[in-house]
Design a protein around this ligand. Structure first.
Ligand code: C5P
Length: 232
């Protein structure tokens, strides 16, 4: 029997977002009439490619069950973990009975609500025949400095420097085993770094600059601005 390849989305949403200085985790702050995470999930669902979206939520999270999207038939809730990578691994385990090793998984931060269908489709069409997979990324327009203390000790060659965004797209089996092998390693701040530790070279696919991560209070106004000007 042949198995057709499926696409899954995994959304780590168990962070507290300390840099926002807000009364609740940043994914529950309001943006244009909805919470940040509702925008993110509705945009992933709108891309119309995912069999389901597995969302990692902290055990002590009182906000998630209140959202209509938590009961959506294509949304699966998993337990969050200590670090982002633990949350992603937990979400992957929550779909282990449903997913096959060759299926593709797109991991996307809950805190990136401006993701567009264009970027999701661009990532998928660029990588669907790739052996390893890869990530959306942006080149750096600024000159980048290597700093120790508050002194500059060098200038990086920015032609070789890219900013890692999400979604990050890898095969289910490869991603799960790479994250399991890297468990507890603090250097794993995204999925690609777990694959790199296995000696693999994930590809970069140039993404759109409006796919920002909500990190500081002023990012909400910027996300609102982008949303008003996006038409896809
Ligand atoms: O804090 P940062 O912006 O890097 O978090 C990126 C994403 O990872 C956020 O969507 C956050 O909710 C998620 N995260 C998680 N579990 C953690 C820490 C962060 O799901 N333990």
């Amino acid at each position: 029997m042949t198995h057709s390849i499926k696409f899954w989305a995994v959304v780590p949403a168990a962070g507290v977002g300390k840099r926002m200085n807000a009364d609740r985790p940043k994914q529950y702050l309001e943006l244009d009439g909805k919470t940040v995470i509702e925008h993110t999930l509705l945009r992933l669902l709108k891309a119309d490619v995912f069999t389901a979206v597995a969302v990692a939520i902290s055990k002590e999270d009182p906000y998630w069950p209140e959202l209509d999207v938590s009961a959506h038939q294509q949304v699966i809730t998993a337990a969050g973990g200590k670090e982002r990578a633990d949350s992603v691994l937990s979400a992957l385990k929550s779909i282990r009975e449903l997913a096959s090793d060759n299926d593709w998984v797109l991991v996307h931060d809950a805190a990136r609500p401006c993701i567009t269908t264009t970027d999701i489709h661009h990532l998928i069409t660029s990588l669907v025949n790739d052996d390893v997979g890869g990530i959306l990324a942006l080149s750096s327009h600024d000159t980048l400095k290597n700093v120790q203390g508050n002194g500059i000790v060098g200038t990086l060659d920015r032609r070789h420097i890219w900013r890692a965004l999400t979604p990050q797209m890898f095969r289910y089996g490869l991603l799960k085993s790479a994250l399991e092998a890297a468990e507890g390693n603090p250097a794993i701040t995204d999925e690609a770094s777990a694959l790199e530790l296995q000696g693999l070279q994930p590809k970069i696919v140039e993404g759109r600059p409006d796919n920002i991560k909500i990190t500081r209070p002023e990012d909400l106004a910027l996300a609102q601005f982008y949303m008003e000007h996006q038409n896809d």
